[in-house]
Design a protein around this ligand. Structure first.
Ligand SMILES: C[S@@+](CC[C@H](N)C(=O)[O-])C[C@H]1O[C@@H](n2cnc3c(N)ncnc32)[C@H](O)[C@@H]1O
Length: 347
């Protein structure tokens, strides 16, 4: 298990930064994403927008189509953290792109993706660049390893992971210069005692993705907010785990058995994209999908459902009702609709 390996590592090198712990717990041997289980499916640990409904991919297809028209051919579509392939399946059914790539670190997900008409690779670096096209990442960035810092009376301190009295525990550590620099720019307002997840890997990932584009867009969809918007959540921080669709135990309790995640700081991601040469737009998921026609689709489904209720085929009525509730779930203002969508355009 990942836990034993992490304890062994700490016994050899001493306490490790939180991002190293997260790297080992999620991606190392026995890690959450390294196991043979597919995580983002109904029987798995979390239900993402593309798993909720094909309407998500079908709606995003309109965005990809518009970018395709804008930047022309040759055009490439890349999904990073493609999971089971549900997003690509529904998207490509509406707007087929011959040159499509799925990037997945998880062997179980790569196996599931092998049935799609796409190239499957383990790392974004395996996709030849630069290219014209779109890179999509839905619920990827919240999993990228992050450092943990707390504002104490004496200033900012990091929280590393040590092994104390037989258990993994957070231990005090001085703040590293790169962590301090990120906090200075992106932490937003924090009261003493407050926690910040320092998302240096997400920042680097965003810059790298934008740099791969000659022209086109990177679209990052995730839970989170701007630095200002996250301020009310700083007292306890937003680090958490998920397992079987519920909040799981403390991140240190069962490494390898739970998803470890935190709200994405979109102010930092936007800055990374701009510094890499992109123009950015930040939307809420409900507004973004509505702008691409999902609200119109919802009204059409409601009307069809009503018409079918007056004497149509009951099976058809059930199908329409199910699509209607899926569209509502994707647009729910306190649920998936409250996710953020960062569009970073280049060229
Ligand atoms: C929360 S799941 C989301 C899956 C899919 N995008 C969806 O919305 O259903 C995160 C996925 O990202 C993958 N992943 C995490 N880090 C990655 C990385 N650095 N590169 C590629 N894939 C990664 C995981 O294996 C997992 O399948």
């Amino acid at each position: 298990m990942a836990g034993a390996r992490i304890v062994d590592l700490i016994s050899r090198v001493g306490p490790i930064p939180f991002e190293r712990f997260m790297e080992e717990a999620l991606y190392g041997e026995g890690g959450f994403f390294a196991s043979s289980r597919l995580r983002s499916v109904k029987s798995g640990d979390f239900l993402t927008s593309p798993e909720v409904s094909p309407l998500f991919g079908e709606t995003l297809a309109r965005f990809v189509e518009a970018e395709h028209d804008r930047v022309g051919d040759p055009f490439r579509l890349v999904e990073v953290g493609a999971g089971s392939g549900s997003l690509l399946t529904s998207l490509l059914a509406v707007h087929p792109v011959a040159d499509t790539w799925a990037v997945e670190v998880s062997p179980a997900a790569r196996e599931a993706l092998a049935r799609l008409p796409v190239r499957v690779v383990a790392d974004l670096g395996d996709v030849p660049a630069p290219f014209r096209g779109v890179i999509i990442a839905n619920e990827l960035v919240d999993n990228l390893p992050m450092a943990m810092a707390q504002l104490t009376e004496g200033g900012w301190r990091e929280r590393w992971v040590g092994h104390v009295a037989g258990r993994l525990s957070l231990v005090d550590a001085p703040i590293r210069p790169e962590v301090a620099a990120w906090i200075e720019r992106f932490s937003g307002p924090v009261e003493p005692g407050g926690w910040v997840e320092v998302q240096l890997d997400a920042y680097a990932w965003m810059g790298r993705a934008v740099s791969m584009l000659e022209a086109g867009a990177v679209v990052v969809i995730d839970y989170g907010d701007t630095a200002e918007g996250l301020a009310p959540r700083r007292r306890d921080g937003t680090l958490r785990t998920y397992r079987a669709h519920h909040m799981g135990p403390h991140p240190l309790d069962e490494p390898g058995a739970t998803d470890i995640t935190a709200d994405v700081n979109f102010t930092a991601l936007e800055a990374a994209a701009r510094e890499a040469g992109a123009e950015t737009e930040l939307h809420r998921q409900d507004d973004f999908l509505a702008g691409l026609g999902l609200r119109d689709r919802l009204s059409e489904l409601r009307h069809r459902e009503l018409a079918l209720a007056r004497g149509g085929d009951p099976v058809e009525r059930l199908k329409v009702r199910s699509l209607r509730t899926e569209a509502e779930t994707l647009l729910h203002p306190r649920g998936l609709g409250d996710f953020r969508v960062l569009v970073a355009r280049r060229g």
